[in-house]
Design a protein around this ligand. Structure first.
Ligand code: MCN
Ligand code: CUM
Length: 830
């Protein structure tokens, strides 16, 4: 699509179709911070550390407690679960993206020795309308189809057999008669409603919803008065989470106890249990979901996919444990798809080069169901953070969702609920504006940043940013990379005809949902939880409503408790993921664990500390007010030799506690954050472009991140290294491509490119620390920041190298072929 064409005119005047969620009430998006949050927060480079190494509280570079089992191959993943009498399930998938199903003939398959059952959509319907399931966005999705298929590789029916190979072989003996239907893949075409993807719905339209944030009137006014306006269409393509572990389940239904025990690759086991209970009618206490070790989630293991439901049903039908493990190409073709936003953005600036306004129209290609993982009131997630790190008067963001014949998309890919798309757009627009004005992109940003004294900052789309110091992060990145010298070098190279570019991304992230008044998933409020139990000998177990997929929670939660109670982190075991034992929580995604469950750990520890004080006062025969806390003990003010350590107090809690007090030393906290946290960073990328091949070589990449106070710098650095590589991937390599029939052309890793260590540059990382004023230990989330921040730094660097030739924009992934063609179009040869 050319830059001049505005494809969004076809959306003009579109209203919500009946039945779609209407979300135009802008007040819903406001997330005011609580009264009393401090305005200015000091930024430093130092990690706070207040406990000795023997305790390993916050700030210590403790090695991850979980790693000995992972690096020795002793992890316990779903596919490691083997139960007596276990059966195996495999799935017949559609070769068509859109077709009527005329007949499914399983008779030959059922004759194969070892095949015990074939389950179809009709069977699920008879079992209580289980052929449909709700998506996280309150849409519906077929579990198994009865009338027609709506995407390539869609689940048609499942085979259950005594061995995995028998199940796989039996698939070929199931005969399905299809009648192909016209396919719609392009979302703009889909808006014409010539082919209806979801004719199960009364509305008979592919348009799903319309959503807005900010003020259109105020934005129009600002644009009318602007000195400069830039406009750009961009596409952020569909990509796919490629965790080392694919999705899978072992379902174990017992006819004796009537209990359904499920081992599942789930980022949100409690939420999944509730949804399973509501949809199936099985009493919730009879469902136990266990998320064992997970080999990477990255958002792809938030939704429920049809395979999970079929596996659970297969166990109920056969009365035996059933295992289902996706293979790599199934995973790459059928689920875990993210992004696919078509964006037209306009930015306005005044005569001094101050940004005044932003206008954004977006078409969200959701595929055949709106199965995005977003909070319920936010069909486009937190995309309205789109004004980013810049202070401006007005903004208006409009998004429309549409169905196409692709697998359900919009899932998540280390994205913070659509913040990746927003950050890519605003950081590209900032660069385009700077170049258009002839200003240096760094100076342009420094001029337009929200200033430290403006926090808490109210954005024109209704957010209240908790804290930030954007200039500090960018200045540090510029110093580290020697920005001014690079600009000089670029001029010299350009004079010699060499192509070198410098790209900046100064992003603002938003993570940590709740607050529960605004954030829920299918009505379940987004808080999170921690439960701490200290045993008589002073050792502890802590359980959480979140679920690590590799983020190191077993270590970092223990460090939070160590910080608060002085119990050595090695003495605190952390458990997550078993719904029978962990307190209820919403799971791990959207970098929410630290802002929510991490805060819950602090609050639970403080409840314990308060009880410990009472016990210490009793043991020391003093008043509670005479005591003060010192690292790991309550001591008498002015005579520190009179003290009781947390271990002594724990022993007394079971052996010698005051009369009238409950025994034991434990506490639970359900933490509902007052606001989200707003981590940020500034990344600078230097690229050299090979004129002969179009290859982009990343020469340097400096990343300065700010996630507030840091619990474990080693873990945070690991998150940033991995996250940056996951940001490099969509910038240069990854894209799911469908042909006009809706067939996935990138269904193997030969076609769907992932960066390896060879393609990955040396990440140079740094930090500033601007604590969150409302989080009890001043921490913000960090898990997704680098993946959100990196792609525009790389894209900006490439365009920066080519701007003088007349190149204004390149869509990601920036492949050598795209660059090579652009160079030729702009008259550059070798
Ligand atoms: N941390 C810290 N100090 C801070 C912030 C975080 O020490 N100020 C630590 C935390 O204690 C935690 C880790 O960093 O151990 C990440 O914390 P947080 O930012 O709260 O994010 P979550 O734990 O909620 O993890 C979710 C996030 C998301 S949404 C994706 S997607 C992603 C990511 O984490 N998926 C991952 N990182 C991943 N890393 C691995 N190895 N595997 C995945 O699937
Ligand atoms: Cu947006 S991917 Mo993470 O939220 O699991």
């Amino acid at each position: 699509m050319s830059d001049q064409e505005d494809p969004f005119t076809m959306l003009d005047g579109r209203k919500n179709s009946d039945g779609a969620r209407h979300l135009a009430d802008r007040t819903e998006y406001h997330t005011p911070a609580p009264a009393g949050t401090s305005a200015m927060v000091e930024t430093t480079h130092d990690v706070r550390m207040s406990t000795p190494a023997s305790i390993c509280g916050m700030g210590h570079r403790m090695k991850r407690k979980e790693d000995p089992r992972f690096i020795q191959g002793k992890g316990n993943y779903v596919d490691d679960i083997k139960l007596p009498g276990m059966l195996y399930m495999d799935i017949v998938r559609s070769p068509y993206a859109h077709a009527k199903i005329l007949k499914i003939d399983a008779s030959a398959a059922l004759k194969i020795p070892g095949v015990l059952a074939v389950i179809t959509g009709e069977d699920l319907k008879k079992a209580g309308n289980l052929h449909w399931m709700p998506t996280l966005m309150s849409d519906t999705q077929m579990v198994l189809p009865i009338e027609k298929v709506v995407y390539y590789a869609q689940e048609i029916c499942v085979v259950v057999a005594t061995e995995r190979y028998i199940a796989a072989d039996a698939l070929e003996h199931i005969v399905v008669d299809y009648e192909p239907l016209p396919v719609v893949i392009n979302p703009f075409e889909a808006l014409k409603d010539e082919v209806i993807v979801r004719d199960d719905k009364p509305e008979k339209t592919n348009h799903i919803w319309h959503w807005e944030a900010g003020s259109q009137e105020a934005t129009d006014r600002v644009f009318d008065q602007a000195a400069t306006v830039v406009k750009q269409y961009m596409h952020i393509p569909r990509i796919h989470v490629s965790s080392i572990e694919t999705c899978g389940m072992v379902a174990d239904y017992s006819k004796i106890t009537n209990k359904l025990r499920i081992f599942m690759t789930s980022q949100a086991p409690h939420a999944h249990r509730t949804v399973f209970a509501l949809v199936s009618g099985i009493p919730e206490q009879k469902i136990q979901i266990i998320s064992p070790d997970i080999g990477g989630g990255f958002g792809g293991k938030v939704p429920v996919y049809p395979g999970y439901v079929c596996c659970a049903v297969a166990s109920i039908v056969t009365g035996r444990p059933v295992k289902w493990i996706e293979d790599r190409s199934e995973n790459l073709q059928a689920d875990s798809f993210a992004r696919d936003y078509h964006i037209t953005a306009e930015m306005a600036a005044d005569k001094d080069g101050h940004i005044t306004g932003l206008r954004v129209r977006t078409l969200a290609d959701n595929g055949a169901a709106d199965a995005a993982a977003n909070p319920s009131k936010f069909p486009a997630g937190l995309y309205s953070i789109a004004t980013g790190s810049y202070d401006m008067q007005a903004a208006h963001i409009a998004v429309d969702g549409v169905y196409t014949n692709k697998p359900p998309g919009g899932v998540a890919y280390r994205c913070s609920f659509r913040v990746t798309e927003a950050v890519h757009m605003i950081e590209r627009m900032a660069d385009i504006m700077a170049h258009q004005l002839g200003e240096d992109p760094a100076d342009f940003r420094l001029k337009n940043f929200i200033k430290p004294e403006q926090f808490p900052y109210k954005s024109p789309t209704g957010w209240e940013y908790d804290s930030g110091n954007y200039a500090a992060a960018l200045n540090l990145a510029m110093e580290t990379i020697d920005y001014r010298a690079l600009r000089q070098e670029q001029l010299e190279k350009r004079a010699r005809g060499e192509l070198m570019g410098i790209g900046i991304s100064s992003f603002t992230e938003v993570v940590g949902a709740g607050p529960s008044r605004d954030y829920d998933i299918l009505g379940i409020k987004m808080f999170d939880s921690a439960e701490i139990r200290i045993h008589p000998t002073g050792k502890a177990i802590a359980r959480f409503g979140t679920k690590s997929q590799g983020q190191g929670h077993e270590t970092t939660y223990a460090q939070i408790i160590a910080e608060e109670l002085g119990l050595p982190a090695f003495d605190v075991d952390v458990e997550e993921g078993d719904t029978d034992t962990a307190p209820y929580g919403l799971g791990t995604y959207a970098s929410r664990s630290t802002p929510t469950a991490g805060a819950a750990a602090v609050m639970a520890a403080r409840k314990i500390k308060a009880k410990a004080r009472k016990i210490a006062a009793y043991l020391l025969e003093v008043g509670e007010d005479d005591l003060e806390w010192n690292v790991d003990r309550w001591q008498v003010k002015g005579s520190p030799e009179q003290a009781k350590t947390i271990q002594e107090i724990a022993f007394a809690a079971y052996t010698n506690h005051p009369q009238g007090m409950e025994a034991g030393l434990e506490a639970t906290d359900y933490y509902d954050p007052p606001n989200l946290t707003f981590p940020f960073g500034s990344y600078i990328c230097v690229v050299d472009i090979d004129k002969g091949t179009g290859e982009v070589k990343i020469r340097r990449f400096v990343a300065v991140d700010d996630c507030g106070n840091i619990i474990n710098p080693l873990v945070v650095e690991g998150q940033i290294h991995g996250g940056l590589t996951m940001g490099l991937a969509p910038a240069l390599f990854e894209e799911i491509v469908y042909d006009e029939n809706g067939t996935n052309l990138t269904g193997t890793f030969a076609d769907y490119l992932l960066p390896t260590a060879v393609e990955t540059p040396k990440w140079e990382i740094g930090k500033t620390i601007t604590p969150s004023p409302h989080h009890p230990i001043g921490a913000k989330g960090v898990g997704e920041s680098p993946t959100v921040g990196a792609p525009p730094a790389i894209a900006n660097a490439v365009v920066d190298a080519l701007w003088h030739l007349g190149v204004r924009h390149i869509d990601i992934p920036i492949t050598p072929m795209k660059v090579w063609k652009l160079l030729r179009e702009h008259g550059v040869t070798d």
